[in-house]
Design a protein around this ligand. Sequence first.
Ligand code: FES
Length: 178
Amino acid sequence: MDQGQQKNNNRIPFDEDNYTHNIRKENERSLDRRSFMKLMVGGAGVFAVSTLPWGAIAARELTGLSDKKYPATKVADISSMKVGDAVEFHYPGEHDSALLIRLGDNEYKAYQNACTHLKCPVYWSKEEGELLCPCHHGVFDPATGSPTAGPPRRPLPEIVLKQEQGAIYATGVKRYET
Ligand code: FES
């Protein structure tokens, strides 16, 4: 191999091909400081808007403000409850104790019955027509679950009910803003 051939082999194939030939010098200034800031602000805006719904959904989930849907679970046969009766059950999990109360001929209410003060089990007093907490004399309205006396400040979580084929079913849990 002579000297001239070796020189040719090491040559860049095209005179202008120095790996930067496609950069146009006149456009180099287009990404100046102002353009860069515009790009960043625009990018941040697009990111914020595109993630907003997911952030809102996540926030609702994390703060427990969304109504939770769970599989429908049979709680009691209507024929087994007289007006003023209550039935204990667990919903949605086996450790979530709850009370179903028949308040009228066609009026049923159910609540998770861990007191919203310090979690003592709230019970139904048929005589007084109230939900009572024995620990610190907390009282809850059976029509709404809201506290009416004592230290509790938040309502009992209400369980969503439906009637079907002569029975009461639990279908979800309502959440409240604190
Ligand atoms: S735990 Fe129910 S009133 Fe305190």
